[in-house]
Design a protein around this ligand. Structure first.
Ligand SMILES: Nc1nc2c(ncn2[C@@H]2O[C@H](COP(=O)(O)OP(=O)(O)O)[C@@H](O)[C@H]2O)c(=O)[nH]1
Ligand SMILES: [Mg+2]
Length: 459
């Protein structure tokens, strides 16, 4: 793992986004954090103390003044190990959020002996020092990157240890089982009693089922973290751009009575019932002699192919057009929601021609909630609600769960076929290794590197 020169280093970084803001925070963590703070900070006031003499969890007013030259007026927080994010001595300097000021504060701290932190290094230390496990470290990144409240609350659950608890419970049971098996291996003369044998099989089966059901949450996890792409498709003038604007709640796309107005695809993210949805508005699908429009139609088709879900929008105030019938049939096997738009006008479209369609009017907003309901139902595999959010594992966790489950199933098969207990134990150890990776009990340097590299600087 790339820890830099040594974990003995005291590290520092700007923890707030770069750019102008009211405040910025420079964070320092490590053995020398307080000594470094002493060098750069001049407390103000008569009863003031230097950072190294200050009690833990106290805030101090003063000046950042390396070598006696004032750089900024700041608030400095002293946090002593072990009750800190990294479990190391930590100092946080809140300075004014100007680009130059922030850089000067950071430079002063580095000049006093700190090293610039790598991305995610504070969190990496929290993990290495045992304050959080790997699922919790990943939850920190998920929380920072969350695009909806649902995604944020899922991340917070994981940060609180919801996933860890479930994984640890499964692991603990398998560890006990392994100890049991090993005792029998050590005393080969004693046969396993039939009912003990059955109980062992039952426990392996239960563990495999639990691992499988955790892994099944990966789809929801992917949706929460990455969102889904929904392409809005249909003929020109059906009201696709109007629908995009309605879904976003603001006028993003140009709406016009002139067919062929939207020529390029245009995408924007909206929060639909907690789901981050990337809506892609497209050019109307029709035969055209205009080169630019033809390119737009080609891109629409591409958008439709790469989207997880299609919103097929049809103008309900007109009879079914052969092009729409062709699109309807073309997408029969795809996840698609049919929208019969312009329901504020007298209907001309026969329901049988466009079955299961949601009646909607982008003009009056009628049908919008029904559309969101359908979208929500189609997206989640189970009933996900914010108050009762199940765990939602990420791709790395799902991969480890799959290997864990495979190992448990092999152990189960070996035990069932009366194979040597050594084989059963071997498969179980492989499974335990994989399960241990989830929380970080067993890890490799590469794995840790790839996880923490995704973090922002200063976290
Ligand atoms: N009456 C009515 N007109 C609509 C509705 N939705 C869109 N329109 C009109 O239909 C025309 C085409 O809309 P637009 O969103 O640009 O369609 P697009 O080509 O599919 O993107 C515009 O004149 C809109 O004002 C609706 O629900 N009711
Ligand atoms: Mg349009």
């Amino acid at each position: 793992m790339n820890l830099g020169p040594s974990p003995e280093d005291t590290i520092a970084a700007v923890a707030t986004p770069l750019g102008e803001g009211g405040l910025a925070v420079v964070r320092i963590s490590g053995r020398q954090a307080l000594a470094i703070a002493d060098q750069v900070f001049r407390p103000a006031g008569s009863r003031s103390v230097v950072p190294s003499a200050a009690p833990s969890h106290t805030v101090h007013y003063g000046f950042l003044a390396p070598q006696g030259v004032r750089v900024d007026e700041v608030l400095l927080t002293v946090l002593r190990a072990p009750r800190t994010y990294t479990r190391e001595d930590t100092v946080e300097i809140s300075c004014h959020g100007g680009v130059v000021v922030t850089r000067q504060v950071l430079e002063a701290v580095l000049a006093a002996g700190a090293r610039l932190a790598e991305p995610g290094e504070f969190t990496q230390r929290a993990f290495l020092n045992g304050r959080i496990d790997l699922t919790q470290a990943e939850a920190v990144a998920d929380l920072i990157h969350a695009r909806t409240r649902l995604a944020a609350s899922a991340a917070l659950e994981q940060l609180g240890g919801r996933l860890s608890q479930r994984v640890r419970a499964i692991r603990e049971d398998l560890v006990n089982l392994l100890a049991h098996l090993e005792a029998h291996i050590d005393f080969p003369d004693e046969d396993i009693a039939p009912d003990t044998h059955d109980r062992m099989l039952h426990r392996l089966e239960a563990a495999a089922t639990s691992l499988q059901s955790l892994r099944a949450t990966a789809r929801d996890g992917r949706i929460l973290r990455r969102g889904i792409r929904v392409a809005i498709l249909g003929r020109p003038n059906a009201g696709k751009s109007s629908l995009l604007n309605l879904l976003l709640g603001h006028e993003r796309a140009i709406v016009s009575a002139q067919p062929g107005t939207t020529r390029d695809t245009l995408e924007e993210t909206a929060d639909i019932r907690g789901i981050p949805v990337v809506f892609v508005d497209t050019a109307g699908l029709r035969e055209t002699v205009d080169d630019i429009e033809a390119e737009g139609v080609r891109r629409s088709r591409l958008a439709g192919e790469s989207a997880e879900l299609i919103l097929h929008v049809v103008d309900g105030s007109e009879p079914m057009h052969p092009d729409d019938a062709a699109l309807r049939d073309e997408w029969a096997q795809r996840p698609v929601l049919r929208v019969r738009n312009k329901c504020d006008l007298p209907p001309q479209l026969k329901p049988a021609d466009f079955p299961d369609a949601i009646s909607l009017s982008t003009t009056t907003g009628e049908g919008l909630e029904a559309l969101k309901d359908s979208l929500e139902r189609l997206v989640w595999s189970g009933g996900v609600v914010a108050e009762n959010l199940p765990v939602a594992v990420n791709a790395r966790q799902a991969d480890a769960l799959a290997r864990g489950e495979a190992g448990v199933r092999r152990a189960e098969a070996a035990l069932r076929s009366q194979a040597s207990l050594e084989w059963v134990a071997l498969d179980l150890r492989i499974a335990l290794g994989a399960i241990g990776e989830i929380v970080g009990q067993t890890t490799t340097d590469d794995l840790l590197d790839s996880i923490f590299r995704q973090f922002c600087l200063g976290k």
